[in-house]
Write a protein that binds this ligand. Structure first.
Ligand code: DGJ
Length: 543
């Protein structure tokens, strides 16, 4: 019966000469919850990891892109994150300009890069700098937030239908256009709705409309969702009333924009947080109402169309970095870091994000040479050497993204990374203890800390190690009754489209030293646990 239907469809298509649009056959990118834990970002029907880079804010323009393509090529990223400016898309109400967007999409496609578009619409870094002139110059029609002194701010009110309708209209037009020009190719794989939303400089909107609403009771949907007794905002959230109120309205606003865009083209959509974890942590010192860690539950209830809440991390210290990763890697939220700092610390932290927190992607900020940072004297023709360590990471990881993504969330992937005064780390994986040690051949003053590794368990006695600048040593788990871990075969190789390609087999001195070199190496290791101590040469390495 099934076969009959299949042939009937084929026949009908052939007889009537229907043309099925190519994109109809291609699965759209999606964020999918895995059965055993974690999430996968599916692209082309396969688990994908964003090994990304983000442009500076004013760089999604053709002349900048032309200078940047070679640098992206050198970096070896698989995804470019680029802003799209409402002010440029809709300079006159209802009249759209997609010239620069098209240039970006066509260029990225030619380079074999995927794109994540950042919609700089109503909100950017806790402010509203990107709406078109016709919005910003008519505050009576497109109202602004007010601060507690009654001053009008450069911040669109989230309580105005005119504001959200105008943003929705432009965003939908953009999504419609992307579908037209890109659905068959899927160069664009995800969209960020707004950027670091919230209100910087005030904990909430103090306009008349906002003041009236603030006195009302918390919506039942929110109170029930949080399992709280519903009262006024002040009663329900005694400490964070202003911020919770802002978060609810901001999340609903952005959700509405996302829903409208998804109706046109159903790509995964996310928001990114300017985290609160710095200084005194007072709302308004960071964008209040944004998706900061203690507002995530509110955002999850108010913005169901948002597939994930991402976090921008500029704190290279590994405690701060890992703390943020842990807060955003939740059963209801996959971790994604669309912006992070540059340099060796962040290159090491990328391994933590991917290996210990199942990140669906990571990206350093500010890849291109055209920006306003007066301290950065980089040569505009060259990739800034602060990206060198990311380049190394991506070289090893790029061909293996599906293989790594499949290990994420299973408990079989872990990461280690060197740090200040951290000279060794012990990892437990299945029946084995693996010790990683750093600082070979010796610590030198001023040498950047570069030791880092991902450890994947492929089978009971089989491991994948991807890393740099660290020595490793296997022993059977303490208490297992086994005494020795023999390295039976150690293959060095690489992944091409997730196919393992062996380059050589390590033995003798290489196995004796078991050192991942500064250039980086991928090893597949088969072991055998034994109760008898074998002769020194066959032992994993120094005891
Ligand atoms: C975070 C913002 O999201 C980016 O757009 C950019 O402004 C960076 N900060 C600048 O460091």
């Amino acid at each position: 019966m099934k076969h009959l239907t299949f042939w009937r469809v084929i026949l009908t298509v052939t007889l009537y000469g229907f043309t099925v649009p190519a994109y109809a056959q291609k699965q759209l990118p999606a964020i999918v919850k895995k059965k055993n834990g974690g999430y996968n970002f599916m692209v082309d029907g396969k688990p994908y990891i964003v090994l990304g880079a983000q442009l500076w804010n004013s760089s999604a323009w053709p002349f900048v892109l032309d200078k940047t393509w070679p640098q992206l090529r050198e970096l070896g990223c698989n995804t470019l994150e680029a802003p799209i400016y409402w002010q440029n898309i809709e300079p006159v109400p209802g009249q759209y300009n997609f010239k620069e967007l098209d240039y970006l999409v066509t260029g990225a496609r030619k380079e074999g890069l995927r794109l994540i578009l950042l919609w700089f619409g109503s909100f950017k870094n806790g402010s509203s700098q990107y709406p078109p002139e016709w919005v910003l110059t008519q505050p009576d029609k497109y109202p602004r937030m007010k601060n507690s002194a009654g001053g009008e701010m450069l911040l669109l009110s989230t309580l105005s239908k005119a504001n959200v309708d105008a943003d929705k209209k432009a965003f939908s037009a953009m999504m419609r256009h992307i579908k037209e020009v890109d659905a068959a190719h899927q160069t664009v794989i995800m969209v960020q709705v707004e950027n670091e939303a919230g209100s910087l400089g005030t904990d909430r909107d103090y306009s008349e409309t906002a003041n009236t609403l603030f006195k009302e009771t918390v919506p039942a949907q929110l109170a029930q969702g949080l399992n709280l007794k519903s009262g006024t905002w002040q009663e329900t959230f005694p400490v964070y009333a202003a911020e919770a109120f802002s978060a609810w309205h901001m999340a609903k606003y952005i959700n509405e924009v996302a829903v409208a865009g998804k109706k046109e083209y159903d790509l995964p959509m996310y928001v990114n947080a300017w985290p609160k974890e710095h200084a005194f942590q007072r709302p308004g010192e960071y964008p209040s109402g944004g998706p900061v860690s203690h507002m995530l539950d509110i955002w999850k209830i108010a913005a169901p169309a948002i597939s994930l809440i991402a976090v921008d991390i500029y704190m290279g210290n590994y405690t701060a970095f890992n703390d943020l990763c842990a807060k955003y890697n939740r059963p209801d939220n996959p971790l994604f870091i669309p912006e992070m700092g540059k340099g060796a610390d962040f290159a090491r932290n990328q391994f933590y994000a991917l290996g210990n927190f199942n990140a669906i992607g990571v990206a350093p900020y500010g890849i291109d040479p055209f920006h306003a940072d007066p301290n950065d004297e980089r040569d505009k023709e060259k990739l800034d050497n602060k990206f060198a360590y990311f380049k190394d990471n991506y070289r090893l990881l790029k061909g293996a993204v599906s293989s790594i993504a499949m290990l994420q969330g299973t408990g079989k992937l872990q990461a280690v990374s060197e740090d200040y005064n951290l000279k060794e780390q012990l990892v437990q994986a299945g029946d084995y203890d693996i010790l990683f040690s750093y600082g070979f051949p010796a610590y030198k003053p001023g040498k950047p800390l570069t030791g880092r590794a991902l450890i994947g368990q492929l089978g009971e006695d089989e491991f994948l190690i991807i890393g740099f600048d660290t020595r490793f040593q296997f022993k059977p788990k303490y208490g297992s009754g086994y005494s020795t871990a023999e390295l039976i075969i150690v293959e060095e190789g690489y992944y091409e489209d997730d196919k393992w390609i062996q380059k050589r087999i390590w033995n003798g001195d290489e196995v004796w030293h078991s050192t991942l070199t500064p250039e980086g190496v991928i090893l597949k290791i088969k072991l055998r646990k034994t109760k008898n101590s074998t002769n020194g040469k066959l032992k994993a390495n120094f005891e």
